[in-house]
Write a protein of this length. Structure first.
Length: 563
């Protein structure tokens, strides 16, 4: 679509209250998917929209839904649920609800929205649904549960059905729920499917949900162009991965907010505990945490409370070693398969709007091309810049080759994953610290960290406050639970002395205290958000006893005199 034909928000016949909210959100122009989809949806057409992650799909369907409800308010004689928005994960439901709340800021009395995806009290949700909000956001299973209990009726008033992240609906196991849920809907309604890909599952869903739809398949790459998003890879085995990550973070070669992806839940906690030893704070996001905590983690990360979030890859939770074991090895380790209860209504690398992410770091390389695309899609959203750095072990190289083959097709055969130039020998001093810290995070330490997190949530849970008031001894016992065998923190590890710095970063004259608070150097144009070590100069410590062998201001003690 040419620049001269670009349609602006104020040209879409939107209500002034919506336009004011859009202006307050700071959206100057619609994205390509919004410019294309909103007019079609306002006309009442069924639409299947495919656009890359971060392209603005959520606003593309929520804006016309709100506009349609405002239009219906002018003619409707009674209150009813006008729109049902389904999403496969609770985090996405919360995100959609947040966008709707922002867009209805000027018409919140006219358009009410509730999110029933959380595993809260069904009776409380039933009372909220009794007020018949205009928009209900839910996972398919939660919506179906309320429809079966008759706490939500859609046969008479529903006008719009939206299914977000449609390519995940079947893979999350919602096929049966969707088919049964459709039986509770009226014969005529407008339907929208939004997806990042047009997979076979999406086409199957299209047949049962949509009627004579318009398919919007925007001619754009799955990921942002190379001028906006840079991809790097670095060959490293397990111990080296940890040492390199430590060096990059402590030397400020990684700048800005970062998401680090690992393959299993345990590795989330292992990496978090590892970084904590160097006073590098991070938060964990995985499907075993309660939905409210996951949403809080995302919110805190978006607000800047944490600069680093460690996320697990949902697909790999089913197998030990993240699914990289062969079938024979997998059979041997089947008994070791985790018995932890995973929340199927959770997805970390898909759809969640992590805001202002500068870097995605694949500590463990993703298991397939789709996972790589959606991990990388967490950065370079909208018009922002971003970088992806992938650590690749020898056994992960075939996975990287598959990703390179796929991505290069969208860039006219050009190499997409560039080699990240990093001389491991230049940070040899970091390795012994890293090796000890990595090995210090044992399976026991990981288990205890998980227990500590659960204990904190139990103590903070509002629903248990009444129980604890009636049973104070249980509350006291939970507080006095056994001491955790967590990793022993050593404060000196937070500081990087001058003798550990690579030669290119040393300055003999002044003092250096390399930490996360140090001001970031200027960005190197071709290196994305991963800086070049040669461009960094840090100040060296004065009177380093390991360099000068001089100890100043040391008071003599009797023991010292004896020696």
């Amino acid at each position: 679509m040419g620049e001269e034909k670009k349609v602006m928000f104020h040209e879409m016949e939107l209500d002034d209250r919506i336009l004011k909210a859009i202006s307050q959100l700071g959206w100057p122009n619609p994205t390509l998917i919004q410019e294309t989809a909103i007019p079609l949806l306002l006309e009442g057409k069924d639409v299947l929209m495919r656009a890359r992650t971060g392209s603005g799909k959520t606003a593309a369907f929520t804006i016309p839904v709100i506009q349609k409800i405002l239009n219906l308010k002018n003619t409707s004689t009674h209150q009813g649920i006008k729109a049902l928005i389904l999403s496969p994960s609770k985090e996405l439901c919360g995100q959609i609800t947040s966008v709707i709340n922002d867009l209805t800021l000027k018409c919140s009395r006219e358009v009410r929205c509730i999110d029933i995806s959380q595993n809260g009290d069904m009776q409380i949700q039933k009372s909220l649904l009794a007020d018949k909000p205009d928009i209900v956001v839910a996972t398919p299973s939660r919506a179906l549960a309320h429809l079966k209990s008759n706490s939500m009726r859609l046969k008479e008033d529903l006008s719009v059905l939206v299914v977000d992240e449609a390519d995940l609906v079947f893979s999350f196991g919602y096929e049966a729920e969707i088919k049964e849920l459709l039986g509770h809907l009226p014969k005529i309604y407008q339907a929208v499917l939004a997806s990042a890909t047009l997979s076979d599952d999406v086409l199957s869903l299209k047949k049962i949900v949509l009627r004579n739809p318009v398919t919007l398949k925007l001619e754009e790459p799955e990921l942002a162009p190379s001028s906006q998003l840079q991809h790097y890879h670095l060959f490293a085995e397990e111990d080296d991965k940890a040492a390199i990550l430590y060096a990059l973070l402590k030397l400020n070669l990684i700048r800005g907010k970062s998401i680090i992806f690992v393959r299993t839940v345990d590795r989330c906690y292992k990496l978090k505990l590892y970084l904590e030893q160097f006073k590098i704070s991070s938060c964990v996001l995985n499907s075993e945490l309660p939905a409210a905590i996951r949403c809080l983690s995302v919110e805190q990360f978006n607000r800047g409370r944490y600069e680093i979030i460690v996320a697990s890859d949902e697909k790999a939770l089913e197998k030990p070693d993240g699914g990289l074991l062969g079938d024979e090895e997998f059979g041997k380790k089947r008994r070791q398969k985790s018995k932890r209860k995973k929340d199927k209504e959770s997805g970390v690398s898909r759809g969640i709007d992590f805001q202002h992410v500068s870097n995605v770091i694949n500590f463990d390389f993703p298991l397939d091309v789709t996972s790589y695309v959606h991990r990388a899609g967490r950065t370079a959203r909208g018009n922002n810049q971003g970088s992806v750095l992938s650590f690749v072990a020898i056994k992960e190289k075939p996975l990287m080759d598959a990703v390179e083959d796929h991505l290069s097709k969208g860039f006219n055969g050009q190499q997409v994953l560039q080699k990240y130039e990093f001389a491991l020998e230049s940070v040899e001093g970091f390795r012994y610290r890293s090796r000890d810290a990595w090995r210090a995070v044992t399976r026991v330490a990981v288990r205890e960290a998980r227990l500590a997190e659960l204990r904190r949530e139990l103590l903070a849970c509002r629903q248990l406050q009444g129980y604890f008031e009636e049973n104070p001894t249980d509350h006291a016992a939970l507080k006095r639970d056994k001491a955790l065998h967590t990793v022993r923190l050593q404060p000196q590890l937070a500081h990087v002395p001058e003798y550990l710095l690579p030669a290119a970063l040393r300055n003999e004259d002044t003092e250096a205290d390399v930490d996360a608070a140090a001001p970031a150097p200027k960005k190197k144009k071709q290196a994305g958000n991963f800086g070049s070590a040669k461009r960094h100069k840090y100040q060296a410590r004065q009177s380093d006893p390991l360099k000068s062998f001089q100890l100043k201001n040391l008071k003599k003690t009797p023991a010292a005199d004896d020696t």
